[in-house]
Design a protein. Structure first.
Length: 149
């Protein structure tokens, strides 16, 4: 089942279960999906890869907002944001652990024959494509710096 259809089905289930956080979060996601589907050049289609990018972006924004709220001593708002992030994470692929990420990056570095930090851009270009959805860019960048240092 396509991610768009799954979200639509889960909205109905959340409404039946009277789960307001899940319902509102998924409605927001569906709004972004519909905007992407109707954008010029999309031909009224939304691939699962594009849908995952949207979900990742929303989850990242939610985590960042929660951090800002924590910094402002607004734990109530931070908890609300994190509750929404938890719902979004159910639809995202499992993130790689630090050890798994390091292992995959070592393989990419060996494959490219990179040996210095000056060539970090080459590694990042390949790594971000291969590990899209499996690790955040920040984590990939930090691990590549550590391996090339």
């Amino acid at each position: 089942m396509a991610l768009f259809d799954q979200i639509s089905k889960d909205i109905v289930e959340a409404m039946k279960a009277k789960d307001a956080v899940r319902r509102d979060t998924l409605r927001n996601v569906k709004k972004y999906f519909l905007e992407a589907k109707t954008a010029p050049g999309s031909n009224d289609e939304l691939s699962d890869a594009d849908a995952l990018k949207i979900l990742q972006k929303l989850a990242k924004q939610g985590r960042e907002s929660a951090e800002i709220f924590k910094g402002q001593n607004r734990s109530d708002l931070a908890e609300a944001e994190m509750a929404q992030v938890k719902v979004l994470e159910e639809y995202l692929p499992k993130q790689l652990s630090e050890a798994e990420l390091e292992e995959k990056l070592k393989a990419i570095i060996n494959e490219l024959g990179v040996s210095s930090a000056a060539e970090m851009g080459k590694v990042m270009g390949v790594a971000t494509k291969q590990l899209a959805g499996l690790a955040e860019g920040r984590a990939i960048s930090a691990c590549v710096k550590k391996l090339l240092a």
